[in-house]
Design a protein around this ligand. Sequence first.
Ligand code: HEM
Length: 457
Amino acid sequence: MTQTSYIPPRPVPLPTTLSLLRVMWEGDGNLLSLLPRDAYTTDIGWLGWSRRSILIVNDPAQVRHILADPDGIFPKNDLMTGAVEPLIGESIFVSSGETWRRQRRMVAPAFSNLQLSRAFAAMDAAIDAREDALDRSAVEGEAVSVDLTMSWLTADVICRTVFSAPLAPGVAQDVYEDFKIFERSAAHVELKRLILAPAFEEIPQHERVLTACARIRQHLGTMVDPHLKDDADFDDIASAVVAARDPQTGERFTREELIDQLGVFFLAGHETSASALTWAFYIAATQPDILGRIRGEITEICGDGPVAFDHMPKLIYLRNFFKEVLRLYPPITFIPRVALKDCEIGGRRVKRGAMIMVTPWTLQRHRKLWKNAETFDPDRWMPERADDIPKDAYIPFGLGPRICVGAAFASVEAALILARLLRRYDFTVTGTAKIRPVARLTTRPQDPIHATLTRRA
Ligand code: HEM
C-alpha cells in the first residue's frame, strides 16, 4: 500500500439513531461513537440525541467567531469545566473573562522561544532515560505498550521541563494510574450528562475520581514547593510562572493557584502529546514508505550525531507527518463551548444553555472541506499544495486568543521524540486486535497498542 492511499483506523459513521444505540450498547463512554454520518458533511447542524440541544459547528468562519468570542457569550462548556475542576481548579484552561486574561498574561511568557530552547535539553534527558528502559525491553524481546511508554515519556518531559525534576518510577506509575482513573470516570460523567442532563446542572464526581485528583495535586505540591523557597535557583517553566506578576496589581500566584496552573501543564501537556505520539508511532510502524522517508530525512539533516534544537525547523517531512497525525487524530477531539444567552449561529437560533461543539475530529475530516479527507498524506502540507488546506479548518491547538499556549513546545517535543526513537528502533506492532480510536479526555486507541522493539544498527 502506498502512503497516498493509506487510510488509518477510524470509526464507521452511522445514522443518528444507530449512533446513539451503538454508544449505549458499547457503554464505554466513547464520544466518537456518537458522531453520526452527517457530522462529517454538515456545515452546522443539531445533534438530535440529547435532552440539551447540541449544535455541531463545522463552518470554519463560524468556528473562528465562536472561539474568538468577541462578545464573551461562548465560554468553556460547563460540562467540561465541571469534569476537570477537581484537578485544575479555576485555572487558565477553564477560566474566562478578566480572570483568564490575567492568567494568560502571566503564563504565556513561560513558553517563549527562549524557554523552549532551554527546555530542549530537559526533553532530551527524558528520552535518554526512556531509551535505557526501552533498550532493556528490546534485549529481552518483550512487547511494550506504546500508549504507556508515551504517557510516561511525556509526563517525564513535563516534570523535567516544568519542575527540573524527573519522575521517580513510583510517582510516574501513580500519576499515570490516577490519570487513567480520572480520564475514564470524568468522561463517563460527561457522556451521561451529555445525553440526559439539562444545561448547567451540577453532577458530583465519583469519590474515587476526587481521591485520584487529590493525589495528583499532592504530587504537584511536592514539586512546586522547592520553587517557593527564598533561595530557590531554578531555570524552568515553573520558576517563570512563580516569578510572574499580574501587570495591574503586581500580585503573584498563590501556592494553590500555582498548583492549578502547573497542573494544567501536566493535564493539557502530557495526555495530549502522548495521544498524538501513540498514533504517530502506530502509523510509522505500519507504513514502511512513510518510515523510510522520515529516517532518510533524519540522516540527511542530523547525520549520525545528536538531534539538536537547530535541526527542528529543517525536519520538514517529519513535521508534516506530525501535522497530518494531528489532523486525523486531534488529541482534543472536541472543543466544547456553551451559549450564555439566546443568539444566532450561521442562521440557527440558539437558546441559552445550548452546547456548541467545535469538533476538530469532524472539521479536520470534513468531506467537503478536505481533498481525500480520510487519507493520511503528509505531503498535503507542502507549500506548493497550500491551496489544499482549507482556512481555519485545521485546529488541533484551537484557534484565536485561547489557542494552546504549549503548541510550539508540543511540536518540538514530538519531533524530538519521533526523530530519536524512530532512528534507534524498529517497532513491530503485535496482536491482531482491530485498532479503534475512541474519544475520552483525549483521542486514544480503545485497547493499548503493543509493539516489540529492535535496536537498529
Ligand atoms: C499535541 C499536544 C497538544 C494539543 C493537541 C493541545 C491542544 C490544545 C487545545 C485544542 C487547546 C484549546 C482548548 C480550548 O480552546 O478549549 C489548548 C489549550 C491549552 N493548552 Fe494545549 N495542547 C497540546 C499540548 C500542550 C502543552 C505541551 C502544554 C503545556 C505544557 C499545553 C498547555 C495548554 C494550556 C495552558 C491551554 C489553555 C490556554 C488558554 O485557554 O489560554 N498544551 N491545547
